[in-house]
Design a protein around this ligand. Sequence first.
Ligand SMILES: Cc1cc2nc3c(=O)[nH]c(=O)nc-3n(C[C@H](O)[C@H](O)[C@H](O)COP(=O)(O)OP(=O)(O)OC[C@H]3O[C@@H](n4cnc5c(N)ncnc54)[C@H](O)[C@@H]3O)c2cc1C
Length: 387
Amino acid sequence: MATVAVLGGSFGGVTAAYELQQHLIDAGLRRKHEVVMVTDRPTFTFRPALPWLAAGHRRPEDIAIDLAAACRKRGISFICAHVEKIDTERKCVTLGRGNLFYDQAILAMGVKPLWEKTPGLAANSYSVLWPEDAVRLRDALRRFRGGPAVIGTAAPAPWPCPAYEVLYFLLDRLEKTGALKRSRVSFVTAEPAFMFYSGPTRAAALERDARRRGVQVSANVQITRVDEGEVVLSDGTRLASELTMILPHMGPPAVLTDSPGVRKDRDGFVEATREMRALRHSDSDGLWALGDLVAFEGLKNGRNAELQGRVAAYNIARRLRAVRGRPRRYVSDYFCLSRMGPGRAVLVWTRPGPQQGYPKRFRASAVGRWPYFVKVGFERVWLSRHD
Ligand SMILES: Cc1cc2nc3c(=O)[nH]c(=O)nc-3n(C[C@H](O)[C@H](O)[C@H](O)COP(=O)(O)OP(=O)(O)OC[C@H]3O[C@@H](n4cnc5c(N)ncnc54)[C@H](O)[C@@H]3O)c2cc1C
């Protein structure tokens, strides 16, 4: 009997746990091995919909899955607890209450905000990282009657698209209430250009479109400080702001720092092979890593976490003799859909994606109505399939 601990209950962890359990069921090994999901939030949140929650287009419950119920339905054990430490020698996970011993462990705990990297950011900016942040931003947007506003990313963000979605929701709201005329909306990004991930031609067109709507764009700059009412940029520019939404720097979760046995790169991210085994760990360590906490280069996203989750699940199922065949290897796939106004979205798809180098070749990108419907449909399908 093997215990597989899946640490984290988001795109990576949920996919890995569900897929692995399905492999075990298909092989008739469901009772022989146990899959245990451990995560410190009782619900899965469909994070791509958080800007929609901030704009008042979704309620928190519309984009959440109760993980205890979803796991129970699939025969997966579920523990809602904070993982404090991972002891790779004893193969033991320290939880707030008690220990969990494992044979195989999947690290899927994502990234955490590094507020301290940008002085004043935590106190003076909204964000959309989790539902509680989006609800605070929603209330602030409802109170905002126009004036200077700054939206953007503090650093090369692992996933910049939510900042663009917030920008467009803000513009729509200001246009609808007639407050755009007395507003000055700035968008600040450390990316080389506005919506750089959509490719140079598309990015230039999208920036022109944003400027036409009155947005002042500052690209290729860092945010050095955020004060009450003001955002200071690395080129010395000072932008007045009565409503600030800046995505912070993101770094590895604290549990990795507190677990010296887990080997990491210089920045604290877990290095992994394309089979999603944690690099520099032997097979007997049974340690796997996936999602945002992996040290792969380039942009991160939920799609990649999901693909990596499938690969890890298959390769663990193979170790447990639930599937036969060669080990699977992850190939990145960058798939991003972001809303840009009522009934309008931009789709960017590249394969292999930026995790194998920053986007150079773009296979597909489109702006218009159908990407919008794909986005909305994808959310509904994902949530109903994983409920
Ligand atoms: C607003 C927003 C919009 C986005 N839009 C898109 C999009 O359109 N398309 C896209 O592909 N990606 C998008 N992303 C990125 C995507 O959501 C992330 O890449 C994805 O969620 C990463 O998944 P993950 O499983 O690696 O980790 P995470 O989503 O970060 O989840 C980590 C999980 O581990 C838990 N956890 C962390 N530490 C501990 C601990 N010590 N103990 C126990 N549990 C712990 C957390 O509670 C969480 O459940 C967006 C992100 C945000 C914030």
